[in-house]
Design a protein around this ligand. Structure first.
Ligand SMILES: [Mn+2]
Length: 249
């Protein structure tokens, strides 16, 4: 594959949060964006919370994202590498993204080198020290046996419960938010001290670019509210806003 030298990052889309009519419009926008990446982009990194909730059964996937899946498959067919770090809202994954869409799903973080620069990429949840409640919850939710037990619930009911829990989880997260933004920057600093050039997180929904020593901590903000995305090209990182011209793909 010829290297084109452009890497794109998005985070916190929270698809599935609104009414079906609203979500149809949002899907249109993200699909237009994804198709725009099919030329000139080496890789797309999704830094978590692509969906507001995601529960995948062995033989069943959720309705409502058909065009999104097609667009992702189109990108991977075109040779764009797509990586997806799962967040705290969309962690119930099995093999659908990897086996059917060619999207590499990462349960935790990605440490990688892009054009000679060292990147540390994560969603950013669970970084607050002493937040044991969340850490225990995360262990439970990500436990394979518990996921298997949950999958025995009929999909219609299971997805309904998952969607309700996800909304409560947002209230839980927004409700506390004690020092979460600082915790992200603090973690970023330790990563830069250990040799990374760029540390990227999402999760806080606060768009941030902070320099520290030779490195940078970047938070992409949300696609959900601002249609922001990051581009790394020619040794320069930028956060841009997607302007959707409404053209159907
Ligand atoms: Mn999150």
């Amino acid at each position: 594959m010829v290297l084109k030298g452009k890497t794109v990052f998005i985070s916190d889309l929270h698809l599935g949060l609104f009414s079906r009519a609203e979500e149809e419009k949002r899907e249109e926008v993200i699909v237009n964006f994804l198709y725009s990446l099919d030329r000139g982009v080496d890789a797309l990194y999704i830094l978590g919370d692509l969906f507001d909730y995601w529960f995948e059964y062995r033989r069943v996937i959720q309705k409502g994202y058909f065009r999104l899946f097609t667009a992702l498959k189109h990108l991977t067919d075109k040779g764009v590498k797509v990586y997806y770090i799962i967040g705290n809202h969309d962690f119930f994954h099995r093999d659908f993204f990897e086996s059917y869409l060619g999207v590499k799903v990462e349960p935790d973080i990605i440490a990688t080198e892009i054009d000679g620069k060292k990147f540390f990429l994560g969603h950013g949840d669970g970084l607050i020290k002493n937040d044991y409640g969340y850490k225990v919850l995360k262990k439970i939710f990500r436990n394979r046996f518990i996921q298997w037990l949950y999958s025995l619930i009929h999909p219609d009911l299971g997805i309904m419960i998952a969607s309700g829990t996800s909304k409560q989880s947002r209230e839980y997260t927004t409700g506390k938010d004690y020092g979460e933004t600082d915790a992200l920057f603090e973690t970023a600093r330790t990563k830069i001290d250990s040799g990374y050039d760029y540390v990227l997180f999402g999760h806080s929904h606060v768009k941030t670019v902070r320099e520290y020593k030779h490195g940078k901590y970047i938070n992409l903000g949300t696609w959900l509210a601002e249609l922001t995305y990051g581009v790394f090209e020619n040794n320069k990182f930028e956060i841009l806003n997607w302007e959707d011209n409404g053209e159907k793909q």
